[in-house]
Design a protein around this ligand. Structure first.
Ligand SMILES: Cc1cc2nc3c(=O)[nH]c(=O)nc-3n(C[C@H](O)[C@H](O)[C@H](O)COP(=O)(O)OP(=O)(O)OC[C@H]3O[C@@H](n4cnc5c(N)ncnc54)[C@H](O)[C@@H]3O)c2cc1C
Length: 252
């Protein structure tokens, strides 16, 4: 450890690799330290016999382009990471609820196709489903405005009124206000399990953003599983001339 670094990143999960990629790309000498013997963190897979297991990731939301680039793709482009071949899912999700009143529904990606299938499954749900996407889009616009700096409350009230209206409400409150039939709500809120809270506790804003990003950009996964992604990020850091990751801190 005789060298001096501008930046030392502890942990070579996707977060640490992306951070190290950005600092090294911008000319800061960077050391990424990892206590495990491979990079990737949670985004790791391993083989047992004929099978390969992902420890966590099974789909990513923000890749695209379909119809536009998501932030993961933008980050990879910015860092010059090219060695990831993406597989895109055709469908957003399948949800099975056993029992007499249950259902087995597969929802496609693409807003129109998604709303169409919801209408087929639950007649009378189309308009409220489209309204959810519309509110999600308004929220994205509002967040872009907020990310530019100090927001003007008057502008927020006048130009981002929908965002202000939905911000303090749960998913269930908004879906009820949109008069979405109960069965359609049960199907639509499937992604709640990613966010860890049921619809009556889950902030609508988070839910709508997640839904719109998966449905519009399609769920994606590197063809060679999550290691393809972490190894490509690691390679990029090497190519910027910085220190290898995978050094062990365990005994230090
Ligand atoms: C079961 C499960 C399923 C998931 N499914 C999805 C999904 O489908 N889609 C999705 O987008 N996200 C999913 N996620 C979330 C996603 O996997 C994580 O958000 C992401 O991988 C976290 O990356 P990270 O770099 O922040 O942290 P981590 O991946 O946890 O990386 C942290 C790294 O730091 C290292 N480290 C920690 N302390 C030290 C130390 N002192 N010295 C050296 N190294 C250290 C660790 O070994 C590790 O490699 C899932 C998560 C779980 C658990």
């Amino acid at each position: 450890m005789s060298r001096q670094y501008d930046v030392i990143v502890v942990g070579a999960g996707n977060g640490g690799l992306a951070a190290g990629g950005i600092t090294s790309k911008n000319g800061l000498s960077t050391l990424v330290l990892e206590r495990h013997n491979i990079p990737g963190g949670s985004a790791t897979s391993f083989r047992r016999g004929r099978f390969e297991f992902e420890t966590s990731l099974h789909e990513l939301a923000e890749v695209g382009p379909n119809p536009f680039e998501g932030t993961v793709r933008q980050l990879f482009d910015e860092l010059g990471v090219k060695d990831v071949e993406w597989h895109f899912e055709e469908n957003a999700f399948r949800v099975v609820l056993p029992g007499e009143d249950g259902f087995d529904v597969t929802l496609p990606t693409g807003e129109e196709a998604f709303a169409e299938e919801m209408e087929r499954q639950v007649p009378g749900s189309r308009e409220s489903v489209k309204a959810v996407f519309e509110l999600g889009r308004h929220a994205i616009e509002a967040l872009e405005y907020l990310s530019k700096g100090t927001p003007d409350p008057a502008v927020l009230q006048s130009e981002y009124a929908d965002f202000m209206r939905i911000s303090s409400h749960t998913t269930k409150e908004v879906l009820d206000a949109l008069h979405m039939p109960k069965r359609a709500q049960d199907i639509l809120v499937t992604y709640w399990c990613y966010l860890g809270a049921p619809a009556d506790q889950l902030d609508f804003l988070y839910y709508a953003l997640m839904l719109i990003l998966y449905v519009q950009l399609r769920p994606a996964m590197p063809k060679m599983r999550s290691h393809e992604m972490s190894l490509a990020l690691e390679k990029e850091i090497h190519e910027h001339g910085d220190e290898p990751v995978g050094r062990r801190l365990r005994d230090s």
